[in-house]
Each structure stands twice: as structure tokens, then as C-alpha cells.
Design a protein around this ligand. Structure first.
Ligand code: GLP
Length: 269
């Protein structure tokens, strides 16, 4: 695992975007695994800039998103609550501003009539696409990846997950507050790729920024591998995981100096 520490959110986002852009240039029909949340927005903004100013071409790229709330989903013409869906988020924050055909983008279908069957189908679709080449990840306040809450098996595949009180609180801040809805109006379940699904990606980039994430980042990277902090599974990603942090999110790590030293050494290879 490589840990790259950047001065601030902007630099973290630029480093992540440049890695994604390198892959898109090298493999124009690559499969990207995408994430929602506040963390990746800067990365998406930089990819949009690269598309507009440098002609970064997404016309053959295919994407699979990590997760979606159960009960809301892709219906871009309909207002709330559909506009709180992750499908909508991806459209607004990235897809509408780059040249990716919408048919190449998949977000789990939170409106599926048979969500259990959908989960199996989603796994099959990822496999049929040749697997995810690069999976982008944030980290939840309770250490989750996607919506894999504490206690989820580290071997899990796409499944339906109940959300913790902390996740509901965190995500209420992000999406629901201000829209006049109470926290209890939020969906309490989600469809999510499992940790096993995420680990089967050919490479992973995990992002975190801000003081608020420092404790959970240190638990994930330097604590025990445990289903209580599902992102600690990153420690099992031999040679394919890169963690990009701003200084605040890195501030509780024990081995900061070594990570910085290693990055400098690797640049000389
Ligand atoms: C949600 C998403 C996660 C994301 C997390 C953190 O729970 N399901 O994929 O990593 O939020 O969000 P933020 O980046 O806003 O801190």
C-alpha cells in the first residue's frame, strides 16, 4: 500500500485525478469504479477540467458505482427524493460534464423491484465488463467503504445493507439537511458493492481529507484488519492500493515519515 500525503484537499484531488487520467489515456475503454460523497467531488472537478482543456476522452470508459440508497434511484427528471440519489449525484458532479455515454454508466438500481436479484446481476455485470480496473473510494465516519457497515464480512459481495445511526447522521448533513426533510425520512437501507467486490478491483485509490477523518484513517491503515472497520481491508491489497490524504486526515498516522520517504524513493525508480 502506498500512502501519499498532500498539503490540502485541492492537491489530494489533483493527484487522484491525474492517476485516473493516466489510466484513461492508457486504456480508453477502462472500467472505473466510482464513489459518491463530498471527498471525490474535487477529483471529479479536475477530471472535468482535463476533459474540457486537455481533451481527456471518456467516450469508451465504463463505470460502476459503489452504492445507492434503497428506495430512490435514477430518474433524472423527477425532483426530490430522486434528486438525493447517488445516480443523480454522479450525473450532476461528473457524467453530465464529460463525454461518457450514460449507457456506459452503472449505479446500483435503488428502485429495483427485486433488489436481491439485482445484487447478483450487478456482480455479473462487473464480471462481464472484465472487472473494475480502478476503484475510487472514500471512507465513512465509521470506517466503512461504500455502505459496508461495521460487521460486514470482508468477503462480502454486492448486497443490501442496513445503515448505522452514524452513517444516517453523516449523510443527512450532506444530502438531506436544508431540503426540509427529517433524518428519519432518509432511506435506512442501501445496495452496496461488498468488500470482496471492492477487493477484486485491479487497483484501488482511497481518498480522505480533513481532521474529522484522521482517527478512522489511522484505524483503517494502521489498526487491525477487522470487519468492524471495513476499510481496513485495504491492508490486504498487495501492491495495488494507493491512499491519498491531505495533511489533516494523515495527522494521526504513526508512520507518516516512512510513507513520505517511500514516495520519494519510488520516484527515483
Ligand atoms: C457515504 C458513501 C461512501 C463515502 C462516505 C463518505 O456513506 N456511501 O462511499 O465514502 O459517504 O462521504 P464523504 O466523502 O462525504 O465523507
Amino acid at each position: 500500500m502506498d500512502v501519499l500525503i498532500r498539503a490540502d484537499y485541492d492537491q489530494m484531488s489533483k493527484t487522484a485525478a491525474s492517476r485516473i487520467a493516466d489510466l484513461v489515456r492508457k486504456k480508453p475503454d477502462c472500467v472505473l469504479g466510482l464513489a459518491t460523497g463530498g471527498t471525490p467531488i474535487g477529483t471529479y472537478k479536475e477530471l472535468i477540467r482535463m476533459h474540457r482543456e486537455e481533451g481527456l476522452d471518456f467516450s469508451k470508459v465504463r463505470t460502476f458505482n459503489l452504492d445507492e440508497y434503497l428506495g430512490i434511484g435514477r430518474d433524472l427528471d423527477k425532483p426530490y427524493p430522486q434528486d438525493q440519489s447517488y445516480a443523480r449525484f454522479m450525473y450532476e458532479e461528473l457524467f453530465k460534464s464529460i463525454n461518457i455515454p450514460l449507457k456506459n454508466t452503472r449505479v446500483p438500481d435503488g428502485l429495483s423491484k427485486d433488489p436481491e436479484a439485482f445484487c447478483v446481476e450487478y456482480e455479473e455485470a462487473i464480471r462481464a465488463a472484465g472487472g473494475v480496473d480502478l476503484q475510487l473510494l472514500g471512507i465513512g465516519g465509521d470506517g466503512h467503504w461504500a455502505f459496508n457497515e461495521p460487521g460486514t464480512s470482508l468477503a462480502s459481495k454486492t448486497h443490501i445493507e442496513a445503515l448505522t445511526r452514524q452513517t444516517l447522521d453523516d449523510n443527512y448533513e450532506l444530502f438531506y439537511k436544508g431540503a426540509g426533510f427529517s433524518r428519519d425520512d432518509m432511506p435506512h437501507f442501501a445496495i452496496t458493492m461488498g468488500i470482496g467486490t471492492i477487493l477484486s478491483a485491479k487497483s484501488l485509490i482511497m481518498l480522505a481529507n480533513g481532521k474529522k477523518k484522521a482517527g478512522v484513517v489511522s484505524a483503517a491503515l494502521e489498526g487491525p484488519i477487522t470487519s468492524q472497520v471495513t476499510s481496513s481491508a485495504i491492508q490486504m491489497c498487495a501492491g495495488k492500493a494507493t491512499v491519498i490524504l491531505d495533511e489533516e486526515a494523515a495527522s494521526s498516522l504513526r508512520n507518516i515519515e516512512f510513507y513520505q520517504h517511500k514516495e520519494k524513493l519510488k520516484a527515483t525508480l
